[in-house]
Design a protein around this ligand. Structure first.
Ligand code: FE2
Ligand code: FE2
Length: 274
């Protein structure tokens, strides 16, 4: 069942947290549906594991033929691997960074994406969905090179993609976090390795502080809700060293580890997590 992040007479934001098999191999992921005036957009639709239930959930709000857009923050498999099925089952257009525009069609059969991919320039923009604009906010290198977040001025929700994620179960992802003190350990390892650099985090925080935000909602884990937690999140990011800040020559040595095909290897990058 989706949870309602926001609803008024003609606008709703729904979050699906548990479409991925619990305890399975795939990481927990959230998908989002924005409904406005009888149409809508799916944000970060996910992989094939999430397709059926998300499609069914959407159909309760408007017919699939009315879906306007699939918005992809970036081109990872947990974001857009289900592209072929969405292209087959709806008439929606894919909205994705211009730098992924010609890579995303690899997720679909030949011809399925013909004239149906809108490439967004690095500066982002505003896109009309129903009767309101959705903002496509630059969030490059957090983590993907061409990366957008989605700001909904009606609900004042900022959908942050892979920024602000926490490693949780689907059930935990439904519980909003209002104080980050105990939540930071669930975010830290991911951000240190997946985010590219502290410089980028600081540039993003400077931009994001200008927005009126009720809730930060990541693509994995729990929403961060309220002025206190959002302030804590900004402060934490500004001071966080991550990605290339933590990599030095020790991370680029010729490998010696023998990978066991039965057990898998447990490689550790010594430059990270110290
Ligand atoms: Fe990603
Ligand atoms: Fe992700």
């Amino acid at each position: 069942m989706p949870i309602e992040l926001y609803r008024d007479a003609d606008h709703a934001c729904l979050m699906f947290t548990d479409l991925i098999e619990e305890g399975g191999q795939a990481v927990q992921a959230n998908q989002f549906l924005i409904v406005d005036d009888g149409t809508g957009a799916i944000l970060d639709p996910g992989g094939n594991l999430a397709f059926n239930e998300l499609f069914l959930g959407m159909s309760k709000h408007f017919p699939p033929s009315k879906l306007s857009y699939l918005l992809a923050s970036h081109a990872d498999p947990d974001i857009i691997a289900s592209l072929d099925r969405w292209m087959t089952s709806t008439r929606a257009k894919l909205v994705i960074s211009r730098i992924w525009e010609r890579f995303a069609p690899h997720f679909a059969k030949v011809g399925k994406t013909e004239d149906r991919v809108i490439g967004v320039p690095d500066a982002g923009g505003k896109l009309r969905v129903g009767r309101h604009d959705l903002w496509l906010l630059p969030a490059h290198f957090m983590h993907s090179e061409g990366n957008f977040q989605f700001y909904d001025p009606v609900s004042r929700i900022l959908f942050t993609g892979d920024l602000g994620v926490s490693m949780t179960t689907g059930a935990q992802a439904q519980k909003p976090v209002t104080d980050l003190t105990e939540h930071i350990p669930l975010m830290e390892g991911f951000h240190r390795r997946y985010m590219v650099s502290n410089k980028v985090l600081r540039l993003w925080v400077r931009m994001a502080r200008q927005l009126d935000i009720a809730m930060l909602v990541p693509q994995h884990g729990a929403p961060i809700v309220g002025a206190k937690a959002i302030q804590q999140f900004f402060d934490w990011l500004e001071a966080l060293m991550c990605g290339i800040d933590l990599f030095d020559d020790r991370a680029y040595q010729l490998p010696t580890l023998q990978i066991d095909p039965q057990r898998g290897a447990q490689p550790t990058l010594r430059a990270v997590g110290r």
